[in-house]
Design a protein around this ligand. Structure first.
Ligand SMILES: [Zn+2]
Length: 201
């Protein structure tokens, strides 16, 4: 494992040391992680550049990467993301960020991480994104993935779907309309809508 306190010029900070620290600017902190996780986070920053957001972000707030608990955290390939501190001092948290930037950020994460647990997934993830590399980036029909598609269709394309993780005719139909083709290869259709949101907002 390696220690990482900065990703391509953006600081990493821990905002869970004391109650009340959540969503507040904190000094850089060294997180223990596998180098694959650092590389994935570097790719995320590359995408933030494409989105026009990278220059505005001073710090990414995290609730931890390597942690001695069950699952991908114990392997050093997971990180919990609480929010970002902008250079102008504004803090956007996973808990309170407006829908459109929140789901655009989620789409960006889903292009790098096979597992992205977001605030609609369950109450435990209401205040942070959990992302990890335990699965490759592809369509698996997971509840978190279906909800991501539904939330994106609502926040970026004006639909009003229930974000319930159930892949019904309405979700499939709107998804197909947005990408302009039939959904035959779901992984390709998944990447297509994620890329649309990341590249064009
Ligand atoms: Zn986590």
């Amino acid at each position: 494992m390696i220690k990482v306190s900065e990703i391509k010029g953006i600081h990493l900070a821990y905002d869970r040391l004391k109650p009340g620290d959540y969503g507040t600017a904190q000094p850089p902190y060294s997180f223990k992680m596998e180098s694959d996780l650092k590389i994935a986070l570097e790719h995320c920053v590359d995408r933030l550049v494409v989105m026009g957001w990278a220059n505005d972000i001073d710090t990414i707030l995290s609730a931890g990467a390597y942690v001695n608990k069950a699952g991908a955290h114990s392997r050093g390939i997971a990180i919990d993301l609480d929010g970002v501190v902008l250079k102008n001092g504004t803090v956007l948290t996973a808990k309170s960020a407006p829908e459109a930037p929140y789901w655009r950020f989620a789409a960006m994460l889903a292009l790098e991480f096979g597992v992205v647990l977001h605030r609609m997934y369950n109450p435990q993830h209401a205040d942070h994104f959990h992302v990890d590399l335990s699965r490759i980036v592809e369509w698996g029909g997971a509840k978190s993935q279906v909800q991501l598609i539904q939330a994106i269709l609502n926040s970026h394309f004006g639909y009003s779907l229930a974000v319930n993780g159930s892949l019904g005719f309405a979700t499939l139909g709107f998804w197909s309309t947005v990408i302009g083709e039939q959904i035959t290869d779901a992984s390709s259709a998944f990447l297509k809508i994620l890329n649309m949101v990341v590249e064009h907002g």
